[in-house]
Write a protein of this length. Structure first.
Length: 217
């Protein structure tokens, strides 16, 4: 039976005449887990974004804990606006060091980055920025692999790679004999084997090359 009305505390009546289900109050952020789904065939905003290639917009999937949605959106807007107004702000905000990419092709830019950065560090990782499922745990695993292997690689499902790491100074052997457009994972493996070096692997992940890729991650 439902509890009786209590006019003295403002409870004139109950909306339900049925008995309760024995639920309990939730108090932890994990108790209020909400998953939101994008209706790709019906949602007008999603369709607008897909059909307007010239628009300056992003569609992102965010996992947030203990955030009200409106506060989260406001904070994202604040941080992004700071970066757009002055890209140097990202260095101070996240303790990063930004470097210009040098080279006429992806291959040349990778070679330059690896050769310059590896001079100052005992371990160097080159990581793709189009891997939504890449986690800090996977990156930490890659770093640990270099404790006992010369190289570590993360293959992508399209035949390329999303992570490449090594110990010491870059020796210009990892990407040799590659063309300037496609750098295949299997070719990198062959080059490493040819150098009599050891390598370890981390999980295969999917990168985002097209709009359609967003629908299958």
């Amino acid at each position: 039976m439902s509890s009786p009305a209590r006019p003295e505390v403002g409870k004139e009546e109950y909306l339900s005449k049925s008995s309760g289900i024995g639920g309990k109050l939730r108090k932890l952020p994990e108790d209020f887990e909400v998953l939101e789904f994008i209706e790709t065939d019906t949602d007008p905003h999603w369709n607008w974004a897909r059909e307007n290639r010239r628009g300056k917009h992003y569609i992102v999937r965010i996992t947030a804990k203990n955030w009200d949605t409106h506060v989260l959106v406001k904070e994202l807007s604040r941080r992004l606006s700071k970066i757009v107004e002055n890209p140097d702000n990202i260095e101070n905000e996240y303790s990063l060091s930004l470097k210009n990419q040098i080279g006429n092709s992806l291959y040349e830019r990778m070679e330059y980055c690896l050769s310059i950065q590896s001079r100052d560090f005992s371990k160097t990782l080159l990581i793709g920025s189009d891997i939504p499922s890449l986690s800090s745990e996977i990156i930490n695993d890659a770093i640990r692999v270099l404790d006992y292997k010369d190289y570590v690689l993360g293959p992508s499902k399209d035949g390329g790679f999303y992570l490449l790491g090594f110990k010491g100074v870059y020796k210009n052997i990892i990407l040799k004999s590659q063309n300037n457009k496609t750098i295949l994972f299997k070719c990198i493996i062959e080059n490493i084997k040819d150098s009599s070096s050891t390598y370890g692997m981390i999980p295969m992940l999917k990168d985002i090359d097209t709009e359609e890729d967003l629908l299958v991650i």
